[in-house]
Design a protein around this ligand. Structure first.
Ligand code: PNS
Length: 167
């Protein structure tokens, strides 16, 4: 059984994340999309909201052979991977600028859990500039983000915005 985790904040999930998940499907039997519960950050969506959205969207990318699971975690990614019985941590690389940070994380995770490998997958060119933070910023300033985030995520962002404006 080849099990991997795909960790991140996913605040919110973007089409770039979905692209990496799709590329991971042929490589593993099971992938745990692992949502970091980081109380220090001030997220747009709660961990529960992020997990629920991802769970609703994942069936649109499954290939039937690889099982996709959503879980939240706190603390170290490497420890969570080990606890989950995963042998790999999947991370997406969009551009050379991602590499330095990702390399440091991968090496640290390897030091913490030497038996777990980080697998880097190259994001599709059309998502090479897409990040959750950029999507939130553009959305909140009234810019178009369609095609870059799943429709459900965009709808939830609209809901969130109208609720915040009503308060
Ligand atoms: O894609 P993101 O949102 O930038 O994800 C970053 C994430 C969650 C993978 C990273 O911040 C992380 O692993 N955090 C958990 C704490 C941890 O393990 N830190 C040491 C990493 S070497």
């Amino acid at each position: 059984m080849r099990r991997a985790i795909f960790p991140g904040s996913f605040d919110p999930l973007t089409n770039g994340h979905l692209d990496i998940i799709k590329r991971s499907l042929p490589l593993f039997d099971e992938i745990i999309v692992s949502v970091l519960n980081n109380p220090e950050k001030d997220p747009m969506f709660s961990v529960e909201e992020r997990c629920a959205m991802i769970e609703e969207i994942l069936p649109s990318v499954t290939n039937g052979n690889c099982k996709l699971i959503v879980a939240s975690f706190s603390g170290l990614t490497a420890e969570f991977a080990k606890r989950s019985g995963a042998t790999a941590i999947v991370r997406g690389i969009r551009a050379v600028s991602d590499y330095e940070y990702e390399l440091r994380m991968a090496l640290m995770n390897r030091r913490l859990e030497p038996e777990i490998e980080t697998v880097f997958l190259m994001a599709a060119e059309e998502y090479s500039y897409v990040s959750s933070n950029l999507m939130k910023q553009v959305f909140l300033l009234g810019g178009r983000v369609d095609g870059l985030i799943p429709e459900l995520v965009e709808a939830k962002m609209h809901e969130k915005l109208s609720r915040t404006n009503a308060d």
